[in-house]
Every structure is written in C-alpha cells, then in structure tokens.
Design a protein around this ligand. Structure first.
Ligand SMILES: Nc1ncnc2c1ncn2[C@@H]1O[C@H](COP(=O)(O)OP(=O)(O)OP(=O)(O)O)[C@@H](O)[C@H]1O
Length: 420
C-alpha cells in the first residue's frame, strides 16, 4: 500500500538555526502515530510541516502521492485537520458555532450552512459527546470539554487525517484518557491519527507506531515495544526509567530518580531467569524494581519476556524466533548461568525447542548453584516433551531445587538472601 504521507529529506529552520534535519518518514492510511521526544526536539515544528503551516527549507512532503505544496488550501483541509497546541478561544462563540467553522472547506465563499453541514456537525458533536454542550459558550466549558469541541471542529472538516499537538497537555488524567479513547475510536473508524504527546505511557498504550524525535531527527521509529526502551530513553531524555508491562501489555515507563535509581545493586545476588511467554513478567518487574542484577534466557527474540529484559538493558542469551536452542547458544547459556548466584525457573511450558534450558539448570544445580522453581502450574500440565521435562524437573527437586508456589513467597526468600 502506498504511504499516505511521505517525507523525503525534510529540513527546516527558524532563521538560520536548523530545527528539523533530514527527516524521512512514511505514514500509512489508518495508522495511529505518536510523535514523542524532549522539549524543543522539534515535534511541533514537524507537525506544522506535515500540515503545511510551515514550508520546508529542503526536501519534500507528499500527501497521497501529491506534493503538499501543490495542494490548494481548501483541498488540503478536506483531507487533513489540525488540532493545534493552544486551543484558547478568544471570542465568545457557542460550541456549535466553533464546530460549524470546521465546515469551511466544504462551503463556497458566500455559502450559508446547508442541511448537509448541519448533519455533519450534529454527527461529529454526538461522536465527541459535545452535542449537549452545543448552545454553551466555548468560554464556559472545562478544558476537557473544550478540547472535545475542538476535535469535533477538526472532524467537521471530514478529513482522512487528524494531526494533534499535545491534545491532553492541560487536562487531568480523566480527560486525558477520555481524549485518547476518543482518538482510538476515530482511528478504528478509519481516520489516520498523528499525535504529538509528552506522555510516553499514553503514547505507548494507544499508538501503533511511535516516532522518537531527538534534536530534529528521528532517533527511533517503530512499535512502542521497539521504541520505548531504557536505552532509547536514556540516550534521548538523559533519564533513567524502568520499563514494565503491567496492564495493557504495552511498555509502561516508570521514572526513577537518579538518586534512588535501583541500578544493578552490587550487594544483591545475581539472578538468572529461565522464563518465556510472559511467565517471567511479574518476577522480572519485581527484580528490576528491587535493583537485582539479572539476566535471562535462552529466550527467543520477540518473546514477551525477552522484550522486557532487552527493553531494560539486561543481558539475555537469545535464539532466533521459533528456533530451538542451538549447541553454541547452549554453551553461552552455561557460561551465563555460571556467573549467576542463583537461578529461577518460572512455570513456563517446555517443548523440545527449549528443553535444553532445563538441562542447563540441572547441570548448575549439580554443581551446587541455588535453584528456585516457581511453580503455580504443575510441570505435568506444561510438559510437551513426552515426559522428558518432567524427568529433569523431578531430578532437580531431588537434588535440592526449591519449589516455590507464589511470586510473593519467592520475593520473601530472595529478600532473606536467596541461598537454599
Ligand atoms: N517561531 C519560532 N521562531 C524561532 N524558533 C522557534 C519557533 N518555534 C519554535 N522554535 C524553536 O524550535 C525548536 C523546536 O521547537 P518545537 O516547538 O518544534 O519543539 P517541541 O519538540 O514541540 O517542543 P515542546 O515539547 O517543548 O513543545 C525550539 O528550540 C524552539 O525554541
């Protein structure tokens, strides 16, 4: 599919100061794109270039294959609507009148409002929950209500694309969620949404694609999982964070004061985790927040536990997606496990592809390394190796590996020092 928006070598500066430097990007129809980045990195400037408010110094922008600078203003407004950062309205219009202004690209110079205009205005005001506010003065509305009216005005243009510059910046958390829910609904109904946001967690939760801007360039572009990583945030914001995936399944950023950063604490034992398929999420979150030095693996690239460890910059012994553990990876695993002070095995399913993990754990236990088996789901229910996994598991228990039934009791044991 052809991109809806395409930027080639885009550069722009106010005066002689280059703010946007050689940006190349493509946005497809139906995408929900978030533009994130620190203050002054150029997010609003990029949005203004995309909407044609600013003209690039160099490079080209195409909208549906046509150069943006060759599209007449009214035609552009039928395809693209903008919700600017400052939605302060100076005049005392009613909410209805504000939304009606969005119909201008569909009206001739002297045209009055038609039945069709009225129908669209009513539809978009109902869609945004603002119809009941239609006779109220825009000045009398709360920030959240006013923002929804401004979004309704954008929708009244009946555009394919809506660009929004920090639409939730002055809103409380309730309205923030409400606005992003509304954007999601609009996106699901087919609109392409491009939103600048300072809120990494809202952007991560709602957007399919993120552009992380740093010093006028795209530092990272991809899914929230690809972009929201400890390393990217450290590099671009110069800030330490912990990334977890507690509720939505999307990366969630927790800010950590540099003073109490639980960066790998040297006084805590090194924990190696054998996990996979999300079975390690809770324990990884706990260990990261407590500052344990941790590693994991063997994990297949792309696995959710692999993702969480990699996003948090922790060492992982990895294998290609869907590939079984190869002999050289097994060797690497043994070396990694040898360095650890203890090993935790979560209640992951075992198949022939990852059975070598369990073999390595047994080898370590035989050499005296403490091993904890976190077992909420019994091994019989997750053994897909015709009993081979169960056999190793039983040997492990015989050799003194400790079976722990809940994350909470494991946490208590670890706090006591973790030795068996
Ligand atoms: N009209 C202007 N004239 C001169 N410089 C400007 C103008 N608008 C923005 N700038 C400068 O361009 C740089 C990028 O600004 P921009 O508003 O695009 O950043 P941003 O990433 O949206 O920032 P923020 O998150 O603080 O809103 C900043 O250094 C800013 O001071």
């Amino acid at each position: 599919m052809k991109p809806m928006i395409r930027c080639i070598d885009l550069s722009f500066g106010y005066n002689s100061n280059l703010i946007i430097k050689n940006i190349n990007l493509e946005i497809k129809s139906g995408e929900f794109v978030g533009i994130i980045g620190p203050n002054g990195s150029g997010k609003s400037t990029l949005l203004k270039l995309l909407s044609g408010v600013l003209v690039p110094e160099n490079g080209k922008i195409y909208l549906n294959g046509k150069p943006l600078d060759q599209i007449r203003i009214k035609d552009l407004a039928r395809q693209m609507a903008v919700v600017p950062q400052n939605t302060e309205v100076l005049y005392d219009f009613s909410a209805y009148e504000i939304v009606a202004m969005g119909r201008y690209p569909h009206q001739g110079r002297w045209n009055r409002e038609s039945i069709q205009d009225y129908r669209v205005i009513r539809k978009v005001m109902k869609q945004t929950g603002t119809w009941k506010l239609r006779n109220q003065s825009i000045k009398s509305l709360s920030g959240g209500e006013r923002q929804r009216v401004i979004i309704a005005r954008a929708l009244a243009q009946e555009p394919q694309i809506i660009l929004l510059d920090e639409p939730t910046s002055s809103l409380d958390i309730n309205y923030q969620i409400e606005i992003f829910d509304l954007l999601q609904e609009l996106n699901r109904s087919g609109k392409t949404i491009i939103v600048v946001s300072h809120d990494l967690n809202l952007a991560s939760q709602y957007c399919d694609h993120l552009l992380l801007i740093s010093k006028g360039q795209i530092y990272a572009s991809g899914t929230p999982d690809e972009v929201i990583t400890v390393k990217n945030i450290r590099d671009v914001y110069n800030t330490e964070v912990i990334i977890s995936r507690k509720y939505s399944g999307r990366p969630y950023v927790t800010l950590v004061s540099k003073r109490r950063l639980p960066e790998v604490r040297k006084d805590l034992p090194w924990v190696h985790l054998v996990c996979g398929g999300g079975s390690g999420q809770k324990i990884i979150n706990f260990l990261l927040e407590e500052g344990y030095p941790i590693s994991g693996g063997v994990l297949n690239q792309g696995d959710s536990d692999w993702q969480l460890l990699v996003q948090n910059d922790r060492p992982v012994v990895e294998e290609r997606p869907f590939s079984a553990i190869l002999p050289e990876t097994y060797q690497e695993l043994l070396e990694r496990m040898e360095k650890a002070d203890l090993i935790i095995v979560t209640d992951l399913p075992f198949g022939l592809g990852n059975l070598a993990n369990l073999k390595a754990v047994l080898k370590m236990r035989e050499a005296g390394k403490p091993v904890y088996l976190l077992e909420k789901v019994p091994i019989e229910k997750r053994d897909f190796t015709d009993g081979k996994a169960r056999e190793i598991y039983e040997k492990l228990v015989l050799k003194g590996a400790k079976v722990v039934e809940s994350m909470e009791s494991l946490a208590v044991l670890l706090k006591k020092g973790g030795s068996i």
